[in-house]
Write a protein that binds this ligand. Sequence first.
Ligand code: ME8
Length: 652
Amino acid sequence: MSQQCKKAYITTPIYYVNDIPHIGHAYTTIIADTLAIYSRMAGLDTFFLTGTDEHGQKIEQAARARGKLPKEYADEISKRFKDLWDEFDITYDKFIRTTDEEHKKGVQVAFLKMYEKGDIYKDVYRGHYCISCEAFFTETQLVDGEYCPECGKPTTIVEEESYFFRLSKYQEPLLKWYKENEKCILPKTRRNEVIRFVEGGLEDLSITRTSFDWGVKLPESLGEPEHVMYVWLDALMNYLTALGYGTDEAKIDYWPARVHLIGKDILRFHAVYWPAFLMSLEMEMPKHIAAHGWWTRNGEKMSKSKGNVVNPKEVADAYGLENFRYFMLREVPFGGDGDFSQKALMDRINSDLGNDLGNLLNRVIGMSSKYSNSKITSENITKYYQNELDEVYNSIDKLEPLLFDMQLHRYLEELWKPLSIANKAIDQYKPWELMKENKEEEALALIGLIANILAKVAIMLHPVMPKTTNKIASSLAFEIDSNSYNKYIKDKELLPQFNITKIPPLFPRIEEILLNEATNTPEAKESTKDKSKDKEIQKCQDEEGLITIDQFFQTSLKVGTVIEAQEVKKSKKLLKLQVDLGEDRPRQIIAGIKEWYSPEDLTGTQVCVVANLKPAKLMGMVSEGMLLAAKDSNGLALIRPELRKEAGTAIG
Ligand code: ME8
């Protein structure tokens, strides 16, 4: 996205209403929202579109399965999406539904235009259709002659009269477009994939169906009441109809889109069909089609039937919406897949947000109140700390291109450098010592430097964490808007003299995982009951021998102090231990270590204990834990902490 363009039209996919929103939908929407907030702050005339995709066989079937009419069902689920985005303060300018009358009219206008141009013709479609992906496949594309190559579900054989779009005609123009526009598809690796796919040859695309009727009808003038439009033609057109294409074109100037944000699953539709439709309609090409990767759970694709769907609202409620936004954008390189882990989320909050950002603000608040009556001045910063300031600008200048190239994780990584410069400067110059040495001017300039760094970081972090950064700004007595963006980022001005206000800590430390595994929909919880999830985890372990970090942290490992050890009579192997784990009473642990340790060897020493095992009975005695040990051909050795640690200290 370049700055020369004054308009920024940003879109998410329109989501199918066959399923309620999950973390993947939230991810796309949050990225788009971040770009939209940034664009507005940077003074671009921004239009941010999201919505729901409501037609097609999949939705018709989903409605029928619930005994509902398609529209009634679509109304319900579409509202769930809209309500969630409203609750998440998503700053969309329009929420489009493909059942909107203007949309349907716009699609018909486009169909007629392509038809009159000779790009649409009538024939018979014979082939395979995947209802789940709403996509056609040739015999050779299928897996084992029957299954969808995208989702693995069985396809159905379709033979029906259909209108076709001359996709083959656009093969060369498409290749030309990809080759001449290096950034038309982001990340670039995806562009290469698309080029290879198109070079493999494009067949004309069936764009109407007659075997069901939940879709946009063909234009009346064609006299084909039996036909409804292919759901992807209908859906893709939303990007134009939302601007009034074919009806009231007041907003059409927002076209071309600056960026269509999508998941990698729907790249072919956006990077092949959509530009071909646009060429046929003689509309400009979008600037970027940006495809992000896939969020998984324990390495598996999320799906209701597997019971592993992460509910974004539950995560946001537990960990804070803006923390969740930060995590999603920071954790995974754009385009790559990411496994959702609460441990990783917790670490980002405690470390990046709490330690690096929150503590810095606390330090400024504390130091300014102690040394300067909460007054900040930027007066002498350049005199003492020009180098630090230069380094800060060096990072800040790199940010905008990273954002508009969708390198959001790198954007945040780079944005954290000024924070580290600030934290380092405090440790290096030690304002408390400067004060002792009567170098007050230098000390206050340092506090001013830190406040200015925080202000600049807050502005650039604002699109990701709008409310949190507003709180930082209000503590530093300024407001985040286009004005301050221009002043403090573009023009590199420093803050004027002002008073700092103390605010409560922004990122209270999170000590334990806040959601149990039931971050699921009620349906998913149902399916968890039948142990399908356990089976999936088991499968993941069996196939790859790997576990996720969340699985690891399900095991509670603790340091224990052996306060008593006895032999178990009549047993060659067992010792009975009383182990202090820092709890209100010691645990009894029956351990098979008699061959290698005597009771005297153990009393008073420390061991590592699996502390959350179900108690088991060994020779009639309850054992409330297990010791960690390593055994090879030379015998067994207990695993112990290198240095003495308090009984009950967690290991991990
Ligand atoms: O495809 N990880 O709608 P859809 C990351 N209606 N992103 C995910 C995800 C995951 N696990 N699951 C879903 C459709 N997404 C069509 C789009 S547009 C003209 C029509 C996100 O409800 C991702 O952006 O299946 C993906 O592209 C989109 O949701 C698919 O949503």
